[in-house]
Design a protein around this ligand. Structure first.
Ligand code: SAM
Length: 226
């Protein structure tokens, strides 16, 4: 029997309208969906009136569930993998699954169904020359954090980071200490009702965010030389 197919499908980062036609078609036609969080993908499937068997495959279960996916591909099934938002493998699970399938079943087709990513969405409206940039994803919380901040401050390229609402003020404080004259672009809540882009020095943006009642939402931070 011919080996099956693994489709890595990018999903919306907020606005459910951002799923691509090909993404939807794959979700409709596949044998089964594996998802970082089944509740999140069920919301998307319900929105488009699709019914599918959905199983969880997150960072903690990527190894064990990866074997399950390989067994399905051996039987010729078409498996879709999705994460909660954006492109799998970009600061998200998926890379270990792809590597395991490539190694165990080189004859299986692994295809990208590209679409949204907070990284490219933020860069597209930052107004920078983004031909060259450094993407570091989430910084380590403790060990290695200061080294990463120094690397960012010294970078000759714009640096793109992902940050949570709990740590955004801490990050701005650290950037203010390491690179006070840099230009920071914060792309917040992209594709959602409260989408906004804030631009300023680390200290200015820190003041702006502190002036809000609560710091909420999802953030992409881009640091560049002013
Ligand atoms: N794989 C995803 C992608 O391709 O964008 C990224 C997943 S990562 C676990 C989640 C982080 O992406 C958030 O903490 C935030 O930094 C960023 N992010 C996701 N959705 C966003 C949005 N709508 N607006 C701004 N940042 C977002």
């Amino acid at each position: 029997m011919a080996a099956g197919k693994l489709s890595i499908v990018a999903t919306p980062i907020g606005n459910l309208g951002d799923i691509t036609f090909r993404g939807l078609w794959n979700l409709k036609e596949c044998t089964v969906v594996y998802a970082e969080d089944t509740r999140v993908i069920l919301k998307l499937l319900n929105h488009y009136g699709l019914r599918k068997s959905v199983f969880r495959l997150d960072a903690a279960t990527e190894g064990k569930k990866g074997n399950e996916v390989i067994e399905r591909l051996e039987k010729g099934e078409h498996v879709v993998y999705v994460t909660d938002a954006g492109t799998p493998g970009i600061s998200d699970p998926g890379a270990r699954l792809v590597a395991a399938v490539r190694e165990a079943l080189p004859e299986a087709k692994i295809e990208a169904i590209p679409g949204p990513s907070a990284l490219t969405a933020a860069l597209s409206i930052a107004g920078l020359q983004s031909d060259e940039f450094l993407f570091l994803g989430f910084l380590p919380h403790k060990k290695g954090r200061q080294t990463a901040i120094k690397k960012i401050a010294a970078s000759e390229y714009p640096v793109v980071l992902y940050e949570s609402p709990h740590r955004i003020l801490k990050l701005l404080k650290e950037l203010d200490a390491a690179a006070p004259k840099s230009r920071v672009t914060i792309a917040r809540e992209l594709t959602k009702i409260h989408e906004e882009v804030l631009v300023g020095s680390p200290a200015e943006l820190s003041r702006q965010l502190q002036a809000k009642k609560a710091v909420r939402g999802e953030f992409v931070v881009i640091l560049s030389r002013s």
